[in-house]
Design a protein around this ligand. Structure first.
Ligand code: NAI
Length: 253
């Protein structure tokens, strides 16, 4: 049942990390995929990788800023124009600023909120009316959206907002056959996390093994998050909505 055969999916932030891995996983599971990212060449590169495993009609790239309403509308319209329907939306694009409240300026706070939270609202606002055959939306929270974390005040606030917005969306759209869940990764080996280690001046190998929130002694892989997203997106999760699925190797335990 973990299949997306015949389904049309949008992945935001599909040029890198978890988004790229999930776009590839969706395509391998039979979906046709709109890969949206503010990094246009990166999105094109993901589409090329999908073409290699699922053919050159399986994906299309869109350069878009998900904090912008017109861009979000254009992403949805691309799905309808290219593939004729929309069933799955993975709201994955996100950014982080590693600072306390004291060092964060208002513009940076607003940008994190716009990219991480406003984007989820905007993408859902435009995508839900297009999901006329029902659908599944997966929003990206974080372990830090559930328990908080140090030196990331705007990020923690933004991800908590995503988790609760997910519950509210799930309630509002359940009767329309649309399920809405959040996936909440722990530290996952992506360009974002490696950049954080650099910003914090930490050696990558030590960063991986030392942290108290990594009982397994390692970060997750993008593919491990992608498998959880595929489950939530697919009909295998047909009675799951409003949930916050934690994929963190025991970090919250
Ligand atoms: P990443 O930095 O590797 O990929 C994020 C992608 O989002 C990039 O391709 C970037 O260009 C795109 N993006 C950024 N701003 C955008 C915008 N305004 N419009 C469109 N695209 C935009 O990051 P990663 O690690 O793959 O993160 C993906 C999601 O997972 C994010 O929401 C992140 O907060 C979340 N997450 C990541 C964790 C980790 O340890 N890597 C842990 C928990 C959550």
């Amino acid at each position: 049942m973990n299949t997306l055969e015949g389904k049309i999916a949008i992945v935001t932030g599909g040029a890198s990390g978890i988004g790229r891995a999930t776009a590839l996983t969706f395509a391998r599971a039979g979906a046709r995929v709109v890969v949206a990212d503010i990094d246009g060449p990166g999105a094109e590169a993901t589409v090329e990788q999908i073409a290699a495993v699922a053919g050159d009609k399986a994906a299309v790239a869109v350069r878009a800023d998900v904090s912008d309403s017109d861009d979000c509308r254009r992403i949805v319209q691309t799905a309808l124009d290219t593939f004729g329907a929309l069933h799955v939306l993975f709201n994955n694009a996100g950014i982080i600023r590693r600072t306390t409240a004291l060092d964060l300026d208002v513009e940076e706070w607003d940008r994190v909120m716009a990219v991480n939270v406003r984007s989820v609202f905007l993408m859902c606002k435009h995508a839900i009316p297009a999901m006329t055959e029902g659908g599944s939306i997966v929003n990206t929270g974080s372990g830090w959206g559930l328990k908080g974390g140090g030196n990331a005040i705007s990020y923690c606030a933004s991800k908590a907002a995503v988790v609760n917005m997910t519950r509210a969306l799930a309630i509002d759209h359940a009767r329309a056959g649309i399920r809405v869940n959040s996936v909440n990764p722990g530290d996952t080996d992506t360009p974002m996390l490696r950049d954080e280690a650099r910003q914090l001046g930490e050696d990558w190998a030590a960063f991986q093994t030392d942290a108290a929130d990594r009982p397994m002694g390692r970060s997750g892989t993008p593919d491990e998050i992608a498998q959880a997203v595929l489950f939530l997106a697919s009909d295998a999760a047909s009675y799951i909505t409003g949930s916050a699925l934690v994929v963190d190797g025991g970090g919250l335990a």
